[in-house]
Design a protein around this ligand. Structure first.
Ligand SMILES: NC(=O)c1ccc[n+]([C@@H]2O[C@H](COP(=O)([O-])OP(=O)(O)OC[C@H]3O[C@@H](n4cnc5c(N)ncnc54)[C@H](O)[C@@H]3O)[C@@H](O)[C@H]2O)c1
Length: 439
């Protein structure tokens, strides 16, 4: 199959590289000339484990190439995937579809034969209809069925997720399009990954329902964590106690600083807007978003509480700024409102992240950037673990305690057992576990 991938970001680049690895002939397109130039030089513009190797192998094999020219890539393609961004629209929280619509107009102009157009971007119900309309208006008589194929990969484990998905959802009622999509995903189907064929609107809604459900699960356990702190229970044991029930499942039951990242915040908002427009409000998701929003500043109060409420003049070391480990992505990361709130309370902030420092420098002001966790902790009054990078899981507590101004660990990811920390003379505050008295 000849595949054109429009948008070479976290999803487009991974999808393009994986499709090429399946043996397809893939051209990845992006408007960002800097990104394409870097890729042509063999540099990967994002941090995603294993991606550099996968890109290198497939470029060398002649199956993967990069261009800024959409018309060239689309002209010969059997399937054109739209993988451009769909951020929250400023002001109202609807998904901003301007990139999708613009891409559709450009694709229409370039198509000259039967071509399947696939929205891989996360788009609200009805977007496929709109894309189809745009194609027809731009080029009457165009032979280009529009398919919804939402992507479920997770940053940080994107290649594995793409190659071993729990399921592939393909929304189309067009038999020819279904054949092409079956061919594109054939290697996965042979690996026994289930392909779920639905109508287009169902596929579009499925993606939002999935992300909103996961966001709900996270928010649920976060509220249980707050209650656990109040009643002297341990949320990790509660999570295990409920998660071992197969009907519930263990995943997404880790209490923490609230969900963030490039998808959950914007996708929950977009679903709320779609539901309101259709006079079928999703009140659970509305509450999830409200609860999650309040949590970010509550986490800053948790840090302050370790000092009896006053952070003025205190140095706070923040470990981890990306929205999760194994990515450099800081879009809507919980670290951003947390650090802002800590600064509002008068704290001086020191920051360290294994791969997110370049992004962090663009996002934060009046922050000291450090080279390692120990330098970050030096002379600080509290160390706050915000992102659970592997390298934060076995810190030398004695060494930290020796250099910190006051030995306080606020572990917003519960990666330490309280005993392991306190036996080294530090005060430990986790999430959803009995809280110590202020320092
Ligand atoms: N990031 C994830 O983990 C993830 C997971 C599943 C689904 N998604 C969805 O996938 C979509 C893409 O997300 P992302 O994180 O890859 O975004 P991204 O911002 O990393 O990448 C989008 C790219 O599209 C390019 N672009 C925009 N308009 C273009 C055009 N007309 N022609 C060519 N290139 C164009 C941009 O320059 C950018 O490089 C979104 O809808 C997102 O919700 C993301």
């Amino acid at each position: 199959m000849r595949v054109a991938m429009i948008g070479t970001g976290y999803v487009g680049l991974v999808s393009g590289a994986c499709f090429a690895d399946f043996g397809h002939d893939v051209v990845c397109v992006d408007k960002d000339a800097g990104k394409i130039a870097a890729l042509k030089r063999g540099e990967i513009p994002i941090y995603e484990p294993g991606l550099d190797e996968l890109v290198k192998i497939n470029v060398s094999a002649g199956r993967l190439s990069f261009t800024t020219s959409l018309p060239e890539s689309v002209a010969e393609a059997d399937a054109v995937f739209i993988a451009v961004g769909t951020p929250s629209r400023r002001g109202d929280g609807h998904a901003d579809l301007s990139f999708v619509h613009a891409a559709a107009r450009e694709i229409a102009a370039a198509i000259g034969k039967f071509t399947v157009v696939v929205t891989k971007s996360t788009v609200p119900v009805g977007t496929g209809d709109a894309v189809e309309r745009i194609l027809r208006e731009a080029k009457p008589g165009i032979d280009a069925p529009v398919v919804s194929n939402p992507e479920f990969l997770r940053e940080g484990a994107a290649i594995r997720d793409f190659k071993h998905p729990d399921r592939i959802v393909i929304g189309t009622s067009d038999e020819r399009a279904r054949k092409v999509m079956g061919e594109v995903y054939r290697p996965l189907h042979l690996n026994a990954s289930p392909i779920l064929y639905t109508d287009r609107r169902t596929a579009e809604l499925t993606k939002y329902a999935a992300n909103s459900f996961l966001a709900t699960k996270v928010t649920f356990i976060n509220e249980i964590a707050d209650l656990a702190e109040k009643v002297g229970a341990n949320v990790q044991d509660v999570a295990r106690g409920i998660g071992l029930d197969n009907r519930i499942g263990m995943k997404f039951l880790h209490a923490g600083p609230g969900f963030g990242g490039s998808c959950f915040p914007k996708d929950t908002m977009a679903l709320i807007k779609t539901a309101q427009d259709n006079e079928s409000p999703v009140r659970i998701i509305e509450t999830v978003v409200a609860v999650n929003d309040q949590r970010k500043r509550a986490m800053a109060r948790k840090v302050a509480n370790a000092f009896g409420g006053n952070l003025r003049g205190k140095a706070v070391a923040v470990l981890g700024v990306t929205f999760k480990p194994n990515t450099d992505d800081m879009r809507d990361a919980p670290s951003i409102p947390l650090i802002t709130a800590l600064q509002d309370m008068g704290a001086e902030i020191r920051v360290y992240d294994p791969v997110g420092m370049d992004q962090a420098r663009r996002v934060f002001e009046n922050v000291t950037f450090c080279d390692c966790p120990y330098e970050c902790a030096k002379a600080s009054h509290a160390l706050v673990i915000v992102t659970e990078w592997e390298q934060f899981r076995a810190l030398d507590m004695k060494a930290l305690s020796a250099t910190m101004a006051t030995p306080i660990i606020v572990d917003l990811r519960n990666i330490y057992s309280p005993d392991d920390v306190t036996k080294n003379g530090l005060l430990y505050c986790g999430v959803g576990r009995p809280q110590p008295a202020a320092y």
